[in-house]
Ligand binder design. Structure first.
Ligand SMILES: [Zn+2]
Length: 437
C-alpha cells in the first residue's frame, strides 16, 4: 500500500516574533512583530494577519526578552584581527577579510556600520574604499553585518589633535573639495545611478586650510561631514554647522576642551535651536571618557547622542602587542589600547553592546533611551531612519533579541541572544553561530 503523502503548505518565509518586550519610541511594549526572509523586511502585522491571513513558518516565543532594531556603529576601524587600513599584496585577500569580519561582527549585534579608515596616505584610500561602500544591495543575510558606506576619519585634521593618527600623512586641503577627491579618489565620492558614494562620512577639522570650503560640496553629495580631531573654536564649529556639518566625531576626545570663555566644539550642543545642534559620537568604553562626562553629553542633547566603539582590529583578540599601519604598533591590555612608546589611547577594544551596557550602568537613561543611541539616532544622522534603526513596517528586518540584566552590584548588562539580518536568524546565542565564519 502506498504511503499517504501529506500535502505540504508552501513556506511563506515569514516569522512571527511573539512574547517579547518591543522597543517602540520611549516605551517597551508587548506586541508581535512579523518579518519576512523573502523581502528582508518588517511586515505590517495588521495587514498580514487580518487582510492576507498569512501563516508564519515559524513562531518564536521571546519569553519576555527585549526585541530591538540591530545596532549601527558609525566608527569601527576593524576587529577580529582585520584592519580596514592594512592593505595586503592581493586585494582578493582584502575582500575575503572584509567578508569574514562582517560575518563575525553581526554576532555582536552590529547589523550595519561604517567601516572607518583613520588618516592614511591617498593610496590606502584608493585601494580600500572600492571594497567598503554600501554592501546591502544583494540583501543576503549570510553576508553578515552590512556596510552603510565608509567613514574617512582624516587626514584633513589638526596636527595638534592627531591622537594616534600619524603626523606624516596629515594634509591641508588648499584646493578645497578637489583635495578630498585627490585623497579619497573622485569615484569614491560620487554616487552612481544605482548606489550612493562609497564614502558616507568624512571627519575633518574645519580650521585646517581649505576644509571649511569643502563642506558644502561634501554634503551636497549626500556625504555627512563630521567635525573632529580639531582645534576649532566655538565660532569655527558653529560656522561649520551652518555650512552643513551635522556630526561631531568622538566628542571630547581629540578636540579643544570646553573653556568657560570659549566652549569649543562641545559648546554647539548648547545652541538654543535644537536643529542647530549636531549629532555626536561618544566612546563609552570606560577608558576614553569619565562616566560623568558621558552623562553631561547625554543631558546636553539626548537626541544627538550616538554611541560608537572606535574599535580596532584587536576587538576579539587576546592581550598583546600588535602591528598597526605607518610602522606603529599598539598594546592591548583588556579594553585598554595604547600606542607603543607613547601611551596615547589608541581607539578601543570594546564592542558596541559593552558600550551600551556601560552607558546604561552609568546613567539614568531607560532601556529604550540607551538602545536609541545605537539604533534610531545613528540611522537619523545618516538619513536612513526609514529603513534602519526602526521596527516600523517596511524597514529592513535587522533585529536583536537581547537579555537585559541588572546585577546586585549596580552593574547593568545587555547580552545578545539572537540576531536577525534581513529577516533570517543569523546568530543564535543558545545554539551557537549560524552564519558560516
Ligand atoms: Zn579619532
Amino acid at each position: 500500500m502506498p504511503m499517504a503523502v501529506s500535502p505540504e503548505r508552501p513556506r511563506s518565509g515569514i516569522t512571527k516574533l511573539t512574547g517579547g518586550r518591543v522597543v517602540r519610541g520611549s516605551e517597551l511594549v508587548e506586541e508581535d512583530v512579523w518579518i519576512s526572509s523573502v523581502t528582508g523586511k518588517i511586515l505590517n502585522s495588521q495587514e498580514v494577519f487580518y487582510e492576507h491571513h498569512v501563516v508564519a513558518d515559524d513562531i518564536v516565543d521571546l519569553q519576555g526578552k527585549i526585541l530591538c532594531p540591530g545596532f549601527i556603529d558609525v566608527q569601527f576601524n576593524g576587529g577580529f584581527g582585520f584592519d580596514f587600513s592594512t592593505i595586503p599584496q592581493d586585494m582578493a585577500t582584502y575582500r575575503k577579510g572584509v567578508g569574514r569580519l562582517n560575518r563575525q561582527l553581526v554576532r555582536t549585534g552590529v547589523t550595519s556600520y561604517l567601516p572607518t579608515i583613520p588618516s592614511q596616505l591617498p593610496e590606502v584610500y584608493h585601494n580600500a574604499l572600492p571594497f567598503l561602500g554600501p554592501s546591502g544591495k544583494e540583501r543576503n543575510p549570510w553576508e553578515g553585518s552590512e556596510s552603510l558606506g565608509a567613514h574617512c576619519e582624516g587626514p584633513f585634521i589638526s596636527p595638534t589633535k592627531n591622537g594616534i593618527h600619524s603626523l606624516a600623512v596629515l594634509q591641508a586641503a588648499g584646493n578645497g573639495f578637489q583635495d578630498f577627491e585627490a585623497c579619497y579618489g573622485a569615484e569614491n565620492l560620487r554616487a552612481s545611478d544605482t548606489s550612493p558614494p562609497a564614502v558616507s562620512m568624512i571627519t575633518a577639522a574645519p580650521e585646517v586650510a581649505g576644509v571649511f570650503e569643502a563642506i558644502k560640496e561634501t554634503t551636497r553629495r549626500g556625504i555627512k561631514f563630521s567635525i573632529g580631531h580639531t582645534e576649532s573654536t566655538f565660532e569655527e564649529a558653529t560656522d561649520a554647522i551652518h555650512a552643513g556639518a551635522t556630526m561631531i566625531t568622538h566628542l571630547f576626545n581629540a578636540m579643544r576642551p570646553l573653556h568657560h570663555r570659549n566652549p569649543g566644539v562641545f559648546g554647539t550642543l548648547g545652541e538654543a535651536e535644537a536643529k542647530e545642534r549636531p549629532y555626536f559620537g561618544i566612546i563609552s568604553d570606560g577608558i576614553h571618557l569619565h562616566p560623568t562626562t558621558v552623562k553631561i553629553a547625554w543631558n546636553a542633547h539626548p537626541d544627538g547622542f550616538i554611541l560608537v566603539t572606535d574599535a580596532m582590529k584587536t576587538v576579539g583578540l587576546p592581550d598583546g602587542v600588535y602591528d598597526w599601519t605607518n610602522g606603529d604598533r599598539f598594546v592591548k591590555k583588556g579594553p585598554l589600547l595604547t600606542r607603543e612608546g607613547t601611551g596615547t589611547i589608541a581607539g578601543s577594544s570594546a564592542t558596541l553592546i559593552e558600550c551600551a551596557s556601560n552607558f546604561w550602568t552609568w546613567s539614568h537613561a531607560t532601556i529604550p533611551e540607551v538602545l536609541r543611541s545605537v539604533t534610531s539616532t545613528p540611522a537619523e544622522m545618516l538619513g536612513i531612519a526609514e529603513r534602519k534603526g526602526t521596527l516600523n513596517p517596511n524597514a529592513d528586518a535587522d533585529l536583536l533579541v537581547l537579555d537585559a540584566q541588572e546585577l546586585a552590584n549596580g552593574r547593568r548588562n545587555f547580552t545578545v541572544h539572537q540576531v536577525y539580518k534581513f529577516g533570517s536568524l543569523v546568530y543564535d546565542g543558545s545554539e551557537g553561530v549560524k552564519a558560516d565564519v
